[in-house]
Design a protein around this ligand. Structure first.
Ligand SMILES: Cc1cc2nc3c(=O)[nH]c(=O)nc-3n(C[C@H](O)[C@H](O)[C@H](O)COP(=O)(O)OP(=O)(O)OC[C@H]3O[C@@H](n4cnc5c(N)ncnc54)[C@H](O)[C@@H]3O)c2cc1C
Length: 392
């Protein structure tokens, strides 16, 4: 039987970061993954450019049953530490918006950085390898892999969440937690497009592909970013963000001209050109098809001059206080992340080790810490992976 100090299951962002750090400390490290290549999610992330961190990353950007759990890890290995690592590899990058940092070139540069660092510190990688069985021993674990068994002193579970099963996501991390009596917080898809039931969807179908800047709110949380109409419902950054807070049955509020005094704008449009139709006046402020759809939905035709203030108030509400109840989400098929997971009450926030079994670690997305859209999820992977790497 092969023997290593640290066996890491999952060659994603968190697993590779942990491997680098543990190997840097002189630990004999093996990373295994059932995929054909390492860092597949990194490769497709950020539209192929990898939004690898966020300048403003702070605990408030993360969801968890225990919002304080991430504080220590984010402090110990911050966005500035990862930015320094990226710079040290000569990878050029830029801020796209809202502190989001992307590679100028390709996301594969981040994968190469991680593989190069692993190699430099002597961490081994075995791909195309499935886990068959895990047994606890007196001084570690015996892990049966399809390529042979491995004995390890520390076992690190870094196999991600359930999102995008087509890309190799499995529930293995949750199964391992259950096997060793580690509690789980119920999981659900997050950063995911929302869908409408047929009656709501039908009139909106012609808008598919249209985007507006919007303020979207649900359960006292709101985001101001782009929103996109799709052939199933709504998507775009603001909707992905709010999807992490939305629950079945909740209504969401949408302002499609945030910050604008639409009532005043419509009154002056009426005064200046009473002969124009509402949809024409609205089209000066919103995409034409959307303006048309709003006028149709409100059943308003005829000239602006014929519309009393009461009607203009209805238009204002339809645009800036659109209340809609999504029927559901597109699910794990397209979700960027998984909410919930390994219950942080059972983990040490400094090391990511299981409190009752300190040679077992959980890092990255499998843990009940989920970031907003915008580079926060990778930062959690780097920070939690780094912390486990100092201890495993
Ligand atoms: C389309 C998309 C775009 C994204 N873009 C961004 C972005 O730009 N910025 C950002 O911050 N976040 C982004 N995310 C989220 C981010 O990719 C994840 O939060 C992050 O990859 C989590 O890292 P991880 O190491 O915990 O898990 P993963 O990266 O998912 O790695 C888990 C690894 O475990 C392996 N594995 C799974 N099951 C098994 C098993 N049974 N046996 C062996 N190996 C297994 C997988 O093959 C995988 O290599 C995006 C996600 C998606 C889906």
């Amino acid at each position: 039987m092969d023997s290593v100090d640290v066996l890491i299951i999952g060659a994603g962002a968190a697993g590779m970061m942990c491997a680098i750090e543990a190997a840097r400390r002189g630990r004999r490290v093996l990373v295994i993954d059932h995929a054909r290549s390492a860092g597949e999610k990194i490769r497709i992330s950020g539209g192929g450019r990898c939004n690898f961190t966020n300048i403003h990353a702070a605990p408030k950007n993360f969801l968890s049953q225990n919002p304080h759990f991430c504080i220590s890890a984010l402090k110990r290995y911050s966005q500035h530490d990862f930015i320094a690592l990226v710079k040290s590899h000569g990878i050029s990058f830029h801020e796209k918006t809202l502190g989001q940092l992307f590679c100028d070139g390709s996301a594969t540069q981040i994968i190469q950085l991680l593989l190069d660092e692993m190699k430099r510190h002597g961490a081994a990688l075995r791909l195309n390898t499935r886990v068959e069985k895990i047994d606890k021993t007196a001084d570690g674990f015996d892990v049966a892999l399809e390529t042979g068994s491995v004995r390890c002193a520390s076992l690190v579970v870094a196999c991600g969440g359930k999102s995008i099963p087509k890309m190799g996501a499995t529930g293995l991390g949750y199964d391992i937690a259950a096997q060793f009596g580690v509690r789980l917080v119920e999981t659900r898809p997050a950063l995911v497009p929302l869908t409408f039931e047929p009656n709501t969807l039908e009139p909106l179908k012609p808008l598919s592909g249209i985007a507006v800047d919007a303020v979207v709110s649900c359960r006292k949380t709101q985001f101001e970013e782009a929103m996109l109409f799709t052939h199933r419902g709504i998507s775009g950054p603001s909707i992905l963000q709010i999807s992490s807070y939305w629950r079945e049955g909740d209504e969401i509020g949408i302002a499609m001209l945030p910050g604008a005094d639409l009532f005043a704008a419509l009154r002056s449009a009426r005064a200046e050109n009473g002969k124009q139709a509402l949809q024409t006046a609205l089209a000066a402020l919103l995409p034409k098809k959307l303006a048309q759809m709003i006028a149709e939905q409100l059943g308003i035709s005829g000239n602006m001059a014929d519309l009393p203030d009461r009607e203009l108030r209805r238009v204002e509400a339809a645009v800036n206080d659109w209340r809609v109840k999504p029927a559901g989400s597109e699910g794990y098929r397209t979700a960027e992340v998984t909410l919930g997971g390994v219950d942080t009450r059972d983990l040490d926030s400094k090391t990511m080790a299981v409190k009752a079994m300190p040679d077992l670690y959980f890092i990255g997305e499998v843990v009940d810490v989920t970031g907003w859209l915008g580079g926060y999820n990778f930062q959690w992977a780097w920070s939690s992976g780094w912390c486990a790497g100092q201890s495993a």
